[in-house]
Ligand binder design. Structure first.
Ligand SMILES: [Zn+2]
Length: 233
């Protein structure tokens, strides 16, 4: 050890204190992602939705944000993608007691007690375990449940789903990057479809016969309604 008169303290001995504090803050920050809306920073309360990047929001906050046409909207950069949100079907944690009061009467809340649990294995959704939602039905499960009980039918509501419908909630930076890539790919595809719908003139110059044989066009053809593909914008 340093400071005994004979040795010089090493750097890691000197910085030990602050490092520990940083770790606690990081844990609290992680836990907060599961408790607070990523847009309004208010406490999460039903109805709760998730975006394609796996972030959690209050549905009210999203609606308010989309209706607000004023130029100065908060986090405009960070939430440019929130149109593709899905309402979540969450399972309440019977242990959750909400805010409590200590002996002095101050309100406090156990930040590590999750409001929701996995309906299959009972793990708490408190940031300590990986959780995912199904884009098809919005049901939420722990990653462990999805891995242990391999199925293509939702454990909670019985809707069919595929592996690509599973979105990790509050994933790592790498996972979010992957989800963003997937989202952009999906939107680019939707854009191409809209292009076929609206840019028939250019398209027919390349393939004049297509104007007479629209059934050769990729689906959805111009004869089908385009509302579904337009929803992505
Ligand atoms: Zn489901």
């Amino acid at each position: 050890m340093g400071c005994d008169g004979g040795t010089i303290p090493k750097r890691h001995e000197l910085v030990k204190g602050p490092k520990k504090v940083e770790k606690v803050d990081k844990n609290a920050e992680l836990a907060a992602k599961w408790k607070y809306c990523a847009l309004s920073q208010e406490k999460l309360r039903r109805p709760i939705v998730a975006c394609e990047l796996g972030r959690l929001y209050n549905k009210d906050a999203i609606i308010e944000y989309l209706l607000d046409k004023s130029a100065e909207r908060p986090n405009a950069e960070a939430v440019a993608h929130i149109r593709g949100t899905r309402e979540l079907n969450l399972t309440d944690n019977p242990e959750w007691e909400g805010e409590r009061r200590n002996a002095k009467g101050d309100r406090y809340e156990d930040i590590h007690c999750g409001m929701f649990i996995c309906p299959v294995v009972g793990l708490e959704m408190n940031g300590k375990h990986r959780f995912c939602y199904l884009q098809t039905c919005g049901c939420v499960f722990s990653d462990r449940a999805l891995k242990e009980v391999k199925t293509e039918i939702c454990h909670k509501c019985g809707d069919p789903f595929k592996d690509e419908d599973i979105i990790v909630l509050n994933g790592t930076k790498e996972e979010v990057d992957k989800l963003r890539e997937k989202m952009e790919e999906k939107r680019a595809k939707a854009k191409t479809k809209v292009g076929f719908n609206y840019d028939m003139e250019t398209f027919s110059q390349l393939h004049p016969c297509l104007l007479h044989y629209p059934q050769w066009l990729p689906q959805p053809s111009p004869l089908q309604p385009v509302t579904q593909t337009l929803l992505w914008f």
